[in-house]
Design a protein around this ligand. Structure first.
Ligand SMILES: Cc1cc2nc3c(=O)[nH]c(=O)nc-3n(C[C@H](O)[C@H](O)[C@H](O)COP(=O)(O)OP(=O)(O)OC[C@H]3O[C@@H](n4cnc5c(N)ncnc54)[C@H](O)[C@@H]3O)c2cc1C
Length: 298
């Protein structure tokens, strides 16, 4: 029996399906919610001491965990959420915890007339998950507005990085899997609140029009290929509506796999592999997953 001694919560043998946007995934040994940075550092020390493998999760909107689960701890950052507004030399700067929901953060900033991230409105992840994935939409990536991050590494040390020290690329960040983004600093621009709201409404309307929002999904399954959207290749390969069990290539957006109700993680993995194979055979293009697949190695 581990004496966690933290303010946060530790759940054991939890099915990740309940938390994942795709609504699939088996049991994990521990699901840990640190309530603050000190909690997180204590948790890391305990896990190290107990030789328990761990990974970090935010809102689980870009991860598929296998049905067999993980004999690991998942450290979920979503209880560590707060934002602090600073004004340095007339430039609005905001510090925000990594576990803050991106959607709420963007909405709060918009209400203050702070512009920069509104094109990312409605991405369902956290700030930390967004930075790790270098999430983006409508031509803007989260790293475009980023000034710096604070991370905790696997030794429990807190390290600050400025944007200048970090290289981001399309859906790629320099943050290691062993590092947790504690907080981030963004530099915004002052803009008319009504204009920002108009942009956000437009983004939301476009998402409703293009994305299958009525079904569980993990957003885009594959990365774009040399700037060309992956859905075009999936479509060309004739995979629209293709199903493995209840895992289905969305009719509305062929880079989305949707869960029609009772899909298993295994169905999704088989569907992903089938799409890759078919797309390669028909177009010569090898698609690369944007979504992360955890626990499928064995
Ligand atoms: C309907 C829908 C629409 C989507 N639209 C978009 C879109 O337009 N653009 C886009 O880019 N993505 C999109 N996504 C994918 C997803 O929302 C993003 O990748 C998001 O940034 C993931 O954040 P998360 O908190 O859910 O991360 P998770 O899925 O929990 O984790 C993703 C990765 O980030 C790591 N991670 C999470 N938190 C931290 C942290 N604090 N420190 C270090 N590492 C961390 C995890 O270890 C994992 O490697 C969409 C998903 C859905 C379901």
């Amino acid at each position: 029996m581990i004496n966690w001694g933290i303010q946060g919560t530790v759940l054991t043998d939890v099915h990740i399906k309940r938390y994942a946007s795709m609504k699939v995934g088996g049991p994990v040994s521990f699901l840990i919610y640190p309530s603050c940075e000190n909690d997180l550092i204590s948790v890391l020390a305990i896990l190290k001491n107990e030789h328990i493998k761990y990974r970090f999760i935010g809102n689980v909107t870009n991860i598929i965990v296998n049905d067999t689960g993980l004999k690991e701890a998942l450290i979920r950052t979503t209880r560590m959420h707060c934002a602090r507004f600073n004004k340095i030399k007339d430039s609005p700067i905001v510090d925000v915890s990594g576990g803050t929901l991106l959607k709420m953060f963007i909405k709060d900033n918009a209400q203050k007339g702070l512009a920069g991230l509104e094109k990312l409105y409605w991405i369902p992840g956290t700030v930390g998950g967004g930075i790790k994935m270098n999430a983006g939409s409508f031509g803007v990536s989260i790293s475009d507005v980023l000034e710096g991050i604070r991370i905790v590494d696997d030794k429990g040390e807190i390290i600050a990085h400025t944007r200048k020290d970090m290289t981001f690329d399309y859906r790629i960040s320099p943050v290691k899997d062993t590092e947790c983004i504690l907080s981030a600093t963004f530099r915004f621009q002052n803009r008319d609140k009504k204009e920002i709201a108009k942009d956000m409404e437009h983004v939301y309307a476009e998402r409703l029009k293009r994305h299958p929002m009525d079904y569980p999904s993990s957003g885009s399954i594959f990365k774009s290929v040399n700037g060309q959207s992956a859905w075009q290749f999936v479509e060309k390969a004739g995979m629209r509506g293709f199903r493995i069990g209840d895992a289905c290539v969305s009719e509305k957006h062929t880079n989305f796999i949707i869960n029609l109700g009772h899909a298993k993680a295994r169905d999704i993995k088989i569907l992903i592999d089938t799409i890759k194979k078919t797309v390669f055979e028909k177009t010569g293009v090898l698609l690369e997953e944007e979504v992360e697949l955890w626990g499928f190695d064995e």
